[in-house]
Each structure stands twice: as C-alpha cells, then as structure tokens.
Design a protein around this ligand. Sequence first.
Ligand SMILES: [Zn+2]
Length: 75
Amino acid sequence: MYEDDELGSLRGMIEFPCGCKARALIYEGSKGQFSVQCPICGKYTRFDSGTMSAVTVRPVRGAVRKLNLRKPPSR
Ligand SMILES: [Zn+2]
C-alpha cells in the first residue's frame, strides 16, 4: 500500500554524490543527517538535510545489527 506523496511537503532534493542518477527527497521540517544506500551502486551516502549536502561514506560496521534490536516482522 502506497501513500500519496505531497509535493507541497517537499523542501528539495539532494543528488547522490556517487554519480548515479539517484536522488533523495527532503521534506519540510526534516533536519539532521541520515544515511541511505544508493539504489543503483549500493554505496552508502550520508545526507545532511540542514545543509542540503551529501557525502559517500563507508558503512558503519555492525550498525544495523546494533540498532536492530527488535527484529522487523518477516514477510
Ligand atoms: Zn550510486
């Protein structure tokens, strides 16, 4: 099930710095940094929605396992 995205709630977008034609959409009210894996090349990118910039980063080792204390329901 998809929710409709509202164009009005978007503040802008940041391109992945790895050179792929992928972008991350930044919503109004979002601040801080977040990490997304590039859907094309699989590299990790850290986005800063405050400065609207992005850098390619090496994934933090074991971060997912550490944060994933509760297992999501398997599909
Ligand atoms: Zn990429």
